[in-house]
Design a protein around this ligand. Structure first.
Ligand code: ADP
Ligand code: MG
Ligand code: MG
Length: 202
């Protein structure tokens, strides 16, 4: 079960990783984009933690909703609306329960992916953050309870596999073949997100 405190810790842990790796994320984006992914994510998650730590919650759904609203309003660039949509869809999917079962969370990730696809029109393999979210969903669907290690491992290898892929969507798509050989910045930040969840669930 993902409880309110888990969800709060998840957002805080994600923010820590993003702040620590802010320059790295921007450097990745400088190679195949416009160099602001670290800045965008750092601003968004700092604001999100500011919001969640100054509020009190009785449900995971409300936490996800505040994170969604914050990311959508504070982050420019593609990543703000995409992560914002993801958290909004997860919020809606887990509504009505104080804490969240593995099954319900899995449904939330599925809805999040549908929202990301609806907004960004990308598909798995296009070298976007979907290349991490989709394998993570498949892994969740194969299991009946949270398994921290396989979550971390799945997200990590999915993130690493974006290196050898040519970008079809996002700014990196302008580079065509030249996008090959570089990690997708959004997949790296998504890896931090799921690695943080894995740590929180341990
Ligand atoms: P911007 O490209 O507007 O500067 P960011 O640099 O913050 O925004 O985010 C870039 C990341 O967003 C990419 O690395 C990719 O993972 C993700 N992304 C970009 N476009 C899309 C899309 N259409 N669908 C899904 N993810 C996308
Ligand atoms: Mg960028
Ligand atoms: Mg930008």
């Amino acid at each position: 079960e993902l409880q309110v405190q888990h969800a709060l810790n998840w957002i805080e842990k994600t923010n820590e990783k993003i702040q620590t790796n802010k320059d790295y994320l921007s450097a990745l984006d400088r190679a195949i984009g416009d160099g602001d992914h670290g800045l965008n994510m750092a601003r968004g998650f700092q604001e999100a933690v500011g919001k969640t730590t100054s509020s009190s919650y009785t449900s995971v759904s409300d936490i996800f909703k505040d994170v969604a609203m914050t990311l959508m309003s504070k982050v420019g660039g593609a990543s703000g609306p995409l992560y914002g949509t993801a958290f909004l869809k997860m919020s809606m999917a887990v509504k009505g329960e104080d804490s969240v079962s593995h099954e319900r969370f899995t449904k939330g990730v599925e809805e999040a992916i549908n929202g990301i696809i609806q907004r960004g029109k990308a598909k798995e393999g296009d070298k976007t953050l979907l290349d991490v979210w989709t394998p993570v969903l498949r892994m969740l669907q194969e299991q009946s309870d949270f398994e921290a290690d396989s979550l971390e491992n799945t997200a990590k290898s999915a993130m690493e596999s974006t290196k050898d892929v040519m970008a079809i969507k996002g700014r990196a798509a302008y580079l065509k073949e030249r996008s090959i050989g570089h990690l997708d910045p959004g997949s790296v930040s998504s890896y931090y997100l799921f690695a943080s969840l894995a740590e929180v669930l341990k």
